[in-house]
Write a protein of this length. Structure first.
Length: 710
């Protein structure tokens, strides 16, 4: 649990201090044909190295020098424009896109493609002065001011109109530009608004969802504390603490409103852009201010901004954030921003170690990223982020990290052909939904129960054995997985329960852990004790839950260890449900000799419920047991300490990426012969890989069964 707390603190630091959270109709002309035709696009690389470039902050006479330095480092794309609204529309309706066109052409001359960020995260001063109603209202009722960014109200119709008009100008001008490969909408969606007009929209949203107040009152049990509503206009915005039905509804409204905010720009880009141009937005890993999964559904590609902040890369928790992002659309994604060494917004802005930036880039690719972009190329000479890591110094010359990034670029160019078309294919899935995260976080019941840390504990335990794990919503088809683990899946809708039941009945192995299946779609209690709609299938349920202030021993099939923080006391209701673990005797008394983990075979499938908060050896033993029982057959038992393995494959071949994050050098004995993608010559094969700290070894071999094991 100590490790869990540290993780929680580290994640909180990363999330709460994420920079953007701190924070800091006229007819559009179409593109001049001559400008677009002056160079044929180069073949797109399989792996893109990129940089966030802000041409609007520099004299044009400097652009070529910057782009030449990028080209030398094998940088193949720049993302531009995401904060440039005041340069793109200097006054209302007067657009100036010529400079952006010239920047795109300049990049093209250096074989550097362009991703355009729409600038709606940074409205210009004229806009918020002319239309103050577009400024966000904070929870304390104060209106945000100009001077930072993200000061807009995501629910404001006027703001949407202006942001859409701006995006339309860009899409009409660059939607068919051969050097523009994609679009990023806005930048790091984050802040809701809490004013009266948003509240009215929320009330209308509730009306559409619940139909009648009688229905809403019943489903939220508003008879409790006399909360009964007799007019929609009485319903407040509540963040916490409050009625659980009201809280979950607000978060769903916030998520739907981000989705429609995004769609407002997405539709106008799609209508004017080539289908080859992707449309994404840069999300923030575990940031849970809205349902990222839902909002991602309208995009053609997911992407996220991967910042370590203080300390060094934690490959487990960082890997989980990659896998979460990959799970939204269940395909490869981009790392749209990452730190060139250090950030400027953490309590301690230490740099990553020498070699760690390269190791981290390959860790990203191993988890399914096809691009890694450094934020930023060179820091502006003034502005809120003067201290942030960059690739050039304030003097405009490469800094000490530049050669390491150029090394990554050279690697990407060399390994790109091997990785082209490959993806991560997992036998194991971890289930994650935002509803469960929020539901537990509002009512932790024991403050040490951190739903995210719980998920990552299980993720780490199964990933250490399976080497590849998907993180997906309980609503997606699951038949491709041999094992599905649902850590603290507190809220399960009836449709999701049906999906999980079908999965087990069709031969899958489902493992539920503490607090799963307690809440219905309205964040209310199921009348069947947890796991609620899955209790009949399990042939057992949680008879009582206990928040612990003491350690309880637990022992059985997975050895002996402590359980802290939380204990679900289980009971079996079916003769074929087996007890795997039991709690030991303590002064608490209630848990003495009671079941702590139970399992039931269902045809060829199995459902298991783990009520104890396992850690250490029993956690590892439980992971080993479920992987073996489900028939997952990883080629390694465990890797040497510090070494991580990532596998990407297609029907014909697979690529293994080995990275040593530990201080001690390690040698990995490979199960078969491989060719070394970065250093191999003449088809020579290897059977071992030696790795010093931060070394990366990339290996390739044929896949003998399509998409399966050799
Ligand atoms: C990101 C943001 C960038 C920059 C960066 C600094 O969250 O999208 O614009 O602020 O952080 O770490």
């Amino acid at each position: 649990m100590i490790a869990r707390r540290q993780l929680a603190i580290a994640l909180a630091a990363t999330l709460l201090l994420a920079p953007s959270l701190r924070s800091h109709a006229a007819t559009a002309p179409t593109a001049p044909a001559a400008a677009q035709a002056d160079a044929a696009p180069a073949a797109p690389p399989a792996l893109y190295l990129g940089a966030a470039w802000y041409p609007e902050q520099w004299p044009e006479s400097r652009w070529d020098t910057d782009l030449a330095l990028m080209q030398q480092a094998h940088i193949r794309f720049v993302r531009v424009g995401e904060f440039a609204w005041s340069r793109l529309e200097p006054s209302e309706g007067h657009y100036d896109l010529d400079w952006l066109d010239r920047a795109i052409r300049a990049a093209q001359r250096h074989n550097i493609a362009v991703v355009i960020g729409t600038p709606s995260a940074a409205p210009p001063a004229w806009l918020t002065t002319e239309y103050p109603e577009t400024l966000r209202i904070e929870e304390d009722g104060k209106r945000a001011q100009h001077g930072n960014r993200q000061q807009f109200d995501w629910s404001s119709p006027k703001y949407r109109e202006l942001a859409r008009a701006m995006a339309e100008q860009e899409a009409r001008r660059f939607g068919h530009d051969p050097n523009v490969i994609g679009w990023q909408i806005d930048n790091e969606y984050a802040n809701a608004s809490y004013g009266p007009s948003t509240q009215a929209q929320f009330q209308n949203w509730l009306k559409a969802r619940y139909g009648t107040l009688d229905n809403l009152n019943a489903r939220w049990t508003t008879a409790y504390w006399s909360q009964t509503y007799n007019d929609w206009s009485q319903i407040p915005i509540e963040t916490k603490p409050g009625n659980p039905g009201l809280l979950i509804s607000w978060m769903r409204f916030v998520s739907d409103t981000w989705r429609s905010y995004q769609k407002n720009q997405l539709d106008v880009i799609r209508a004017n852009a080539d289908p080859r141009q992707f449309i994404t937005t840069n999300m923030m890993g575990f940031f849970n201010g809205y349902n990222n999964d839902l909002v991602a559904q309208d995009l053609t590609m997911a992407s996220w901004d991967d910042y370590v902040g203080t300390g060094q890369l934690n490959p487990v928790s960082n890997g989980a954030a990659h896998d979460l992002t990959r799970g939204f659309l269940r395909k490869n994604f981009w790392v749209m921003e990452t730190q060139p060494g250090s950030v400027n917004w953490s309590p301690d802005n230490n740099p990553l170690n020498k070699g760690e930036v390269r190791a981290m880039a390959w860790h990203d690719i191993g988890h399914g990223a096809d691009a890694v972009e450094y934020w930023q190329w060179r820091s502006a000479l003034n502005g809120q982020e003067e201290y942030h890591g960059t690739l050039l110094g304030a003097d405009g010359n490469p800094n000490p990290l530049y050669p390491e990034v150029a090394h990554i670029g050279a690697d990407f160019a060399k390994a790109g052909p091997a990785l082209a078309g490959t993806s991560v294919q997992s036998d194991v899935a971890i289930l994650h939904n935002y509803d469960s995260y929020w539901a537990i976080d509002w009512q932790r019941h024991n403050k040490a129960f951190d739903p995210l840390a719980t998920m990552i504990d299980w993720y780490g335990a199964v990933r250490a054995l399976a080497h590849s794990v998907d993180i997906v919503s309980p609503s997606v088809p699951l038949s491709q997985y041999k094992l599905v683990v649902a850590p603290a899946l507190n809220m399960i809708t009836e449709a999701q329960a049906r999906n999980l039941i079908d999965y087990v009945q069709n031969g899958g192995h489902l493992v539920l852990t503490q607090r799963s299946g307690m809440k219905n779609i309205d964040n209310g209690l199921y009348t069947q004790l947890q796991p609620g709609p899955l209790a009949d299938l399990l042939g057992g349920h949680v008879a009582q839950f206990y928040a612990l202030d003491t350690t309880i021993p637990v022992s059985g099939t997975w050895g002996t260890g402590p359980t802290k923080v939380w204990a679900d006391m289980l009971t079996t209701t079916s003769p074929d449900t087996k007890v795997l673990m039991r709690y030991g005797k303590t002064p608490l008394g209630w848990l003495d000799d009671q079941p702590a983990a139970i399992t039931r075979q269902v045809g060829k499938g199995r459902i298991t419920y783990i009520g104890a908060d396992l850690e250490g050896a029993p956690l590892a033993a439980a992971a080993k047991w479920m992987i073996a029982d489900a028939g997952v057959q990883p080629e390694f038992g465990t890797l040497p300490p510090g070494v991580d393995l990532y596998i990407r494959k297609d029907a014909t071949h697979e690529v293994w990426i080995l990275i040593n994050f530990g201080a001690a050098p390690q040698t990995v004995a490979l199960p078969t012969a491989f060719t070394n993608v970065l250093t191999g010559t003449g088809g020579a094969t290897v059977h071992t890989a030696a790795l010093k700290q931060y070394d990366v070894v990339i290996l390739q071999r044929p896949t003998s069964t399509p998409g399966g094991k050799p």
